[in-house]
Design a protein around this ligand. Structure first.
Ligand code: MG
Length: 368
């Protein structure tokens, strides 16, 4: 497919309520959408690195600029026949996985549409139903959290993920665990702690959690390996896994027993497929995370989650969980409780709504 045009949209999507984690609080999610045209078809990609470089070193304004000024011009006019070819074109540029993912995910939608396949089948998936889990941010009230967790469990949520941060940590977790002793629970620390906090994690080790997600620095492998060696509870790496090579290092050092794969954080679906395969070969389970993307980006994530070795429920949410209205359409809704069913139409199966894209757009660029 010869890439004829690339349009970019930096979009600000208002959340229903602020999303609080160990790295801060967001009242809106900033995301970058790509419309890529080739051979009379169009593909849409999305990458949602947040408004500020707090989750990772990338942020939406920076992703927009680097794609507009450097990455998209490199691809224009080129014939790109595989995700690997696209990644190879961009390989001279260091880092910037979210920026690469914006283009990579658009290419995959385009590719799936050109083959007349739903994206999940183009990626190699077979089962169109993905299980989703419940996710709770840092809050103000322990009582409210316990009520919400109880509601999720009684509606059949297969697992509970609690954001965990200094000031909202062990006492809250103990209360939730004692109230729901049988539930599958894990915590996501979003890099909020250091190896010196080993004592805290030894106490958490007594609480029979499914995993401890990204306890230490966003770019660390070695300290996580040291912490994993003294804990029974599996560590799951999220922020630290942003390339194939870092996955190989984490496996070699024994830094984790789970990997959360987000297409944006690793550089796109092409890289996500390679990380998935590495983990499977090493006996490390995977699950798909998200960055509160619009339904477009969420459907890219859901398609990935249909592949083998994604054995833990994904962070996939109905639109109504975080947004009054979704930027993209159709909005995400559970087909059955805590399940998302992938569409059978060609491509990713979601598009931005033209009016909302116009209204919420912060910056736009067209390259031909
Ligand atoms: Mg995480």
């Amino acid at each position: 497919m010869r890439i004829e045009s690339i349009e970019l949209f930096h979009v600000r999507m208002p959340l229903k309520e602020p999303w609080r984690t160990a790295y801060g609080s967001d009242s809106a999610i900033e995301t970058v959408l790509v419309r890529m045209q080739a051979d009379g078809l169009e593909g849409w990609g999305e990458s949602s690195p947040l408004a500020q470089p707090c989750y990772s070193p990338e942020y939406a304004g920076g992703v927009f600029a680097v794609v507009r000024d450097i990455f998209a011009p490199r691809l224009l006019g080129k014939t790109i026949c595989s995700g690997e070819e696209l990644q190879n074109e961009l390989a001279i540029y260091k880092g910037n996985p979210f920026a690469k993912a914006a283009l990579d995910t658009a290419w995959w939608d385009l590719h799936a549409r050109s083959r007349g396949l739903p994206l999940y089948k183009a990626l190699g998936g077979t089962n169109p139903v993905v299980r989703a889990g419940a996710d709770f941010g840092v809050g103000d009230s322990e009582e409210q959290l316990i009520e919400r967790v109880g509601d999720a469990l009684s509606s059949g949520a297969p697992r509970i993920k609690l954001k965990f941060a200094p000031g909202w940590d062990l006492p809250v977790l103990r209360k939730v665990r004692s109230r729901f002793p049988e539930a599958t629970i894990h915590i996501d620390c979003n890099s909020g702690y250091r190896l010196e906090d080993e004592g805290l994690f030894r106490e958490i080790d007594e609480l029979d959690l499914a995993m401890i997600e990204q306890p230490l620095r966003y770019d660390d492998i070695a300290d996580h390996a040291a912490l994993q060696s003294v804990l029974q509870t599996p560590i799951c790496l999220d922020e630290s896994i942003n390339s194939v090579e870092r996955t190989q290092q984490a496996i070699r050092l024994g830094a984790c027993r789970w990997v959360n794969i987000k297409p944006g954080r690793v550089g796109g679906l092409t890289v996500a497929l390679r990380i998935r395969a590495l983990c499977e070969a090493a006996g490390i389970g995977c699950w798909v995370g998200g960055m509160l993307e619009s339904a477009l980006g969420a459907m890219h994530c859901a398609a990935l989650a249909t592949l083998p070795n994604f054995t833990y429920p994904a962070d996939l949410f109905p639109t109504s969980r975080f947004y009054a209205v979704d930027l993209s359409t159709p909005e995400i809704a559970f087909s059955r409780p805590w399940e998302v069913e992938l569409p059978e139409q060609p491509g990713v199966g979601a598009r931005p709504d033209a009016e909302r894209l116009k209204d919420w757009c912060v910056a736009k660029a067209v390259l031909r």
